[in-house]
Design a protein around this ligand. Structure first.
Ligand SMILES: Cc1cc2nc3c(=O)[nH]c(=O)nc-3n(C[C@H](O)[C@H](O)[C@H](O)COP(=O)(O)OP(=O)(O)OC[C@H]3O[C@@H](n4cnc5c(N)ncnc54)[C@H](O)[C@@H]3O)c2cc1C
Length: 325
């Protein structure tokens, strides 16, 4: 039977949104394959939290007594459940921890792995994963030859869909941690800079793209958002999030958040279709780009052709002066 096992990350009494998306997607796919989606949680998850994954389609939830938030203990736990059970696939919702666990699990089981997967479909009784390649300009399709196939989604690739058949049964599983899985301990756990900002609820968004040049370039965007004050925040394109310049929580677009602020100010953003779908409903779109042919000007209310390194500080000064005056 083609069962699918999903790792569900939890933090401060809530299941991670990407994990909920992965459970929902696994439930959909398992249904098409004639199998079941099961989830595994690690660490301090009470019955209500673990069982709530049933709402997203998990038919059973394993709970392993091991440290949460570290990759290797989860690899041990998932490898045991997969080896003792009957699983054809393991699915992850993406994020750095998912990448690390998925890669470790692939090495442990000798399994095939596809990362940055944006879509999965069932065909002929097996799963086919789609993964963008060549700078996202083409899509490759991946089938698995191994007994277990590992699918690691791109962040936000799978939509969380509640409405399952209530709480899932929770089964405790005893895991013997391998020596190397006990060599790391969690020192602190928290959110990245900007992760606590409510991008979706902001009235004014200053969005930065690769044109900001480097991570430090975001200071220009933060200063401008600070000058606007009130309900304003900084957002980002996927290109800069992937480069590690800004947190995923601030990503706008197809695989990020969808926003509709009163003002969307795009600095150094080309205006790719995958970005546009996340912000095109904004009331007023202002774009600053040094390339007069940048696609973003096609859907901007106001376009400024020029170097953002000169324009952003002047704009910040002007807004501060206006507010002060
Ligand atoms: C399946 C899939 C999903 C995707 N999901 C998303 C998503 O959710 N969100 C998203 O944003 N993207 C997404 N992408 C990626 C998207 O296709 C683009 O690659 C990305 O949006 C480009 O980001 P960017 O505009 O920051 O960078 P670039 O395209 O490199 O643009 C940088 C811009 O900055 C300008 N610039 C450079 N220097 C300066 C300067 N000094 N002053 C002014 N302007 C300057 C340049 O002229 C250029 O137009 C996705 C792609 C795929 C295939």
């Amino acid at each position: 039977m083609a069962n699918i096992l999903v790792y569900a990350l939890h933090y401060e009494g809530a299941i991670n949104k990407n994990s909920l998306g992965a459970v929902s997607e696994a439930a959909r796919l398992a249904g098409e394959l004639g199998g079941e989606a099961h989830a595994i949680v690690v660490g301090q998850a009470d019955d209500a939290l673990a069982g709530s994954l049933g709402e997203y389609g998990a038919k059973k939830v394993y709970r392993a007594d091991a440290p949460e938030g570290l990759a290797q203990p989860v690899v041990d736990a998932m490898a045991k459940v997969i080896q003792d059970g009957d699983y054809s696939y393991a699915l992850f919702g993406g994020g750095l921890l998912g990448f690390e666990i998925g890669a470790g699990l692939a090495a442990r089981l000798g399994a095939g792995v596809a990362m940055e997967v944006t879509a999965v479909r069932a065909e002929g009784g097996e799963l086919i994963a789609e993964r963008p390649i060549l700078g996202d300009s083409a899509i490759s399709e991946i089938k698995y030859r191994s007994d277990v196939g590992i699918i690691i989604g791109r962040l936000n690739a799978f939509e969380a869909r509640a409405g399952g058949s209530g709480a899932a049964p929770v089964e405790d599983v005893a895991v013997e941690l391998s020596p190397h899985a006990q060599q790391a301990t969690m020192v602190t756990r928290g959110e990245q800079r900007g992760a606590d900002v409510d991008i979706e609820g902001a009235d004014i968004l200053v969005a930065g793209g690769r044109g900001l040049g480097k991570a430090e370039g975001f200071q220009l965007a933060e200063e401008l958002a600070g000058a606007f004050g009130g309900n304003s925040a900084v957002a980002a394109t996927r290109a800069v999030v992937d480069a590690g310049w800004y947190p995923y929580a601030a990503q706008i677009g197809q695989t990020g958040k969808t926003v509709a602020p009163k003002l969307y100010l795009a600095a150094g953003i080309s205006g790719a279709i995958q970005h546009k779908v996340g912000m095109q409903a904004s009331e007023n779109i202002v774009a600053i780009n040094k390339d007069a042919n940048a696609p973003i000007f096609e859907f901007s209310d106001l376009g400024v052709v020029g170097d953002l390194n000169k324009i952003l500080p002047k704009l910040t000064e002007a807004i501060k002066a206006k507010k002060g005056g």
